[in-house]
Design a protein around this ligand. Structure first.
Ligand code: HEM
Length: 434
């Protein structure tokens, strides 16, 4: 077992770590962006440097971009696919090694995950779940989301709280568990499995992180398979019941496909939105003049959420691979070349956003960010996340008008996901009573 796991780690992470480590030692900028924790914590100057170097920068392994127009062209191009499993182009030795490593637990970036497959499979999966996430469906969830937010705030009786643990994580975890028909009382367990699973989004993981991510993904997968039995016996009007029906009655999904979609929906439902609420809280406590603008006109909240998504994007990067020779916004890409799209860097591109480092809740074009990606993999949960962000942030600052952080919040160590895993705050007596 451990030998197969070590092979999987070697192929997916070990080789990358070695190649990138050498480049990092030589001071190469994209390698630093990948492996240097200090640069990862504040990547903005590195994005600017990358953008100044070129529109598509070849580091000898992949092409990289922090330009908004190139990023958008890449994500929307039918010539670019997702970086999934081995393809016909993968060298035979590597394909052999992948087979020797075995399947491993289902994860968010390996097939059959929706994020890791192209059409026609991607189209088939997406069709099954789109309806539950439309703007209309999400609008119907707003009142319930407000209730959940107020319930969590009622439980924060002060004088101190951890805004991630007590609020930002539990709000989206509760909402997605209810939508899916998963037990809400298990939400802390889901969050723990999700934190391990989220590590697997980063390429070049250390061996201990890889083992933790596989352990947590395996636990979630095993729980999910057991839960499907429960759902079969007790179907309801929820997403998992519909998916199980599509698998068992209509035969349109294999068991791995069903499990992978269910795991992705559950984990994506909270792993990213916690960062939107956490990053927004940090920004608004650090910029009281921006919070004052929201108090003056609450209609500005929707725009403020777009600005948080742009300024401190919860998902910082993604990748695509060229299916054939092509051109992206005038830049040539050869078949088989991989492109790393720095979503967080594109969202700070001064060609689109004036004075991009400035946090401005009234920014007119904040919504042009690509924090939810673009093209066929555009975030399924974008409308839900924006609604949760708006409800969550507004309820928090309405309840605790003098909210102040109790020391600096602690950043989560992940690279693809940008957010905090601890945010101590002081809820002063006056505000607790408010
Ligand atoms: C602020 C919160 C969120 C952010 C920033 C975010 C960001 C993203 C991004 C960037 C992608 C596409 C990655 C790529 O193109 O390679 C994506 C895809 C996806 N997101 Fe989100 N997301 C958020 C919340 C949610 C929520 C609440 C759900 C609910 C289940 C969700 C479900 C998904 C799914 C299923 C996909 C895969 C879509 C596909 O491949 O077709 N996301 N998200």
């Amino acid at each position: 077992m451990v030998v197969r796991q070590a092979i999987r780690w070697g192929i997916r992470h070990g080789l990358i770590r070695r190649a990138v480590g050498r480049r990092m030692a030589a001071g190469e900028q994209t390698a630093q962006l990948m492996l240097d924790p200090a640069i990862n914590a504040e990547p903005w100057a590195a994005y600017d440097a990358l953008r100044a170097t070129g529109r598509l920068v070849d580091n000898g392994i992949v092409l990289n971009t922090a330009h908004h127009d190139v990023a958008l062209a890449c994500l929307r191009s039918p010539d670019m696919g997702v970086v999934g499993g081995p393809s016909g182009r993968t060298p035979a030795a590597l394909r052999y090694a992948v087979a020797a490593g075995g399947r491993g637990p289902l994860g968010p970036v390996t097939p059959p995950s929706m994020l890791a497959v192209d059409a026609p499979d991607h189209t088939r999966y997406r069709k099954l779940v789109t309806r539950a996430f439309t703007a209309r469906a999400v609008a119907r969830l707003r009142t319930r989301t407000e209730e959940v937010a107020h319930g969590l705030l009622d439980a924060m009786t002060g004088p101190r709280a951890d805004l991630i643990d007590d609020y930002a994580a539990l709000l989206p975890a509760t909402v997605i568990a209810e939508m899916l028909g998963a037990p809400v009382e298990m939400r802390r367990q889901f969050l723990e499995w999700g934190a391990g699973g989220a590590l697997s989004l980063d390429a070049g993981l250390s061996w201990p992180d890889f083992r933790r991510s596989e352990r947590d993904l395996a636990a979630l997968e095993s729980w999910m398979l057991g839960h499907f039995e429960h759902v079969r016996r007790n179907p309801g009007d929820n997403i998992l019941s519909h998916l199980v029906h599509a698998h068992t009655e209509e035969g349109v999904l294999s068991t791995d496909e069903l499990t992978s979609i269910a795991m992705l929906l559950l984990a994506a439902g909270f792993e990213t939105t916690v960062n939107l609420i956490g990053n927004g809280t940090a920004l608004l406590t650090a910029h009281p003049e921006q919070l004052a603008l929201l108090r003056e006109d609450p209609a500005r909240w929707a725009g403020a959420v777009e600005e948080v998504l742009r300024h401190d994007s919860p998902v910082q990067r993604t990748g695509r691979i060229a299916l054939r020779d092509t051109e992206l916004a005038g830049e040539r890409v050869r078949a088989g070349q991989a492109v790393v799209v720095m979503l967080g860097g594109a969202n700070r591109d001064p060609a689109v956003f004036t004075d991009p480092a400035r946090f401005d809740v009234t920014r007119a074009n904040a919504g042009e960010h690509i924090a939810f990606s673009s093209g066929i993999h555009y975030c399924l949960g974008a409308a839900l996340a924006k609604m949760e962000g708006e409800v969550g942030l507004r309820a928090l600052f309405d309840r605790f008008p003098d909210l102040a952080l109790d020391g600096p919040p602690h950043r989560r160590p992940t690279r693809v996901l940008r957010g905090y895993d601890a945010m101590p705050a002081r809820l002063t007596r006056a505000t607790v009573d408010a």
